[in-house]
Design a protein around this ligand. Sequence first.
Ligand SMILES: [Zn+2]
Ligand SMILES: [Zn+2]
Length: 413
Amino acid sequence: MKKQIFRLFKPLAVLLCLILCSCSMQSGGQVNQSAQNSVRITVLDVGMADSIFIELTDSRCMLIDAGESEAAETVVDYISSHGYDKIDYLVGTHPHSDHIGGMREVINSLEIGEIFMPRVEHDTYTYEKTLELIDEKGLEITTAKSGVDIIDEVELSAEIIAPCSDSYSELNNYSAVIKLSFGNTSFLFMGDAETESENEITADVSADFIKVGHHGSETSSSSEFVNRVGAQYAAVSVAEDNEYNLPSQSVISRWEESGAEVLMTKDVGNIVAESDGSTLSVGGESSGAGESSGTDKGTALNTDGESSASGTGSEGSGIGVGSDSGTDENSGEEAGEATNTNGAEPGADSAEASISEYSWILNTNSKRIHRPDCSQAKNIAEKNRAYSSESLDKLISQGYKPCGSCMPEEGEQ
Ligand SMILES: [Zn+2]
Ligand SMILES: [Zn+2]
């Protein structure tokens, strides 16, 4: 019975999907639809890892790191659902798997312009396979080191300001550190650079927004460095209840005492910063944020200039939270409708459906099965998101694979 409904709905779902896709194309005409003349940064919530997607002027974009391999679908989905099929500038800050683990899938899924990575030997499967793939694709790596310009234009620049040395005992210090400037606003992306590297940087590190180094670890963000940066917003990419006990509370206090509002992915999901060249608005994209169109979020973001304390404030200042696109049709829907639980209707359900209504969140595009509380599931594009209460076996027989992050016993590791 359920199956028949499934079959009936499938063509409908495809049609719906096509309509939605064409709409979102029209609404932008081009990517970065919030404006051709704005820069939008998303520190993706990829758990205990880094991935930062940057929408630039002239429909260009940059990706700094791609999270662990389990997060690759989240990253690729986010980028595609914002209308990009090419990454103009791809940066792998350093070879740790929480930064380049998802890189291969990114390179396989999207067209790649230039690649920047530090020159360093690192003997791991992930790193070696990544280098091999880059080679196979005929792409060339530009060595990431201080003084290298990724973009050097009047209004927009992206400069690599570290590493400043050729060798370090700590791999994290090879991290490509990037300073992005757009008009009067500036951004700093630290990778996992530690204090040894911070101390070497001679470039101007002052910035309005910083992606804090090394997931808020005590190894980084020395008092001196924090004060040099003088950020208004400090974004920390970190998972809840992680084995490393990150972030360090003293590091968080240090940033707060310097005057920065601290936002953490574990609290607010994706962290989004948008600049028109003079004003910067920053907020958390709460979990389950609908990704069907960047337009809604762009506008909402602009209204959220206030900077209340992180955590609670970010809810209110959240961006769209999937309500613009989905809720109207869904809010009245009864829980546990057959159509929802079949997982057959992409985007049919709103993100607000309560966890008890279904057992799994599906990514109908990448064919992954997630537990409802999986942090990776938050970022699935709305059009690719479905909910299901089918048995695991059944879903697997339909071609789905368990997420390696929330169901590790079934996944790769
Ligand atoms: Zn890291
Ligand atoms: Zn690292």
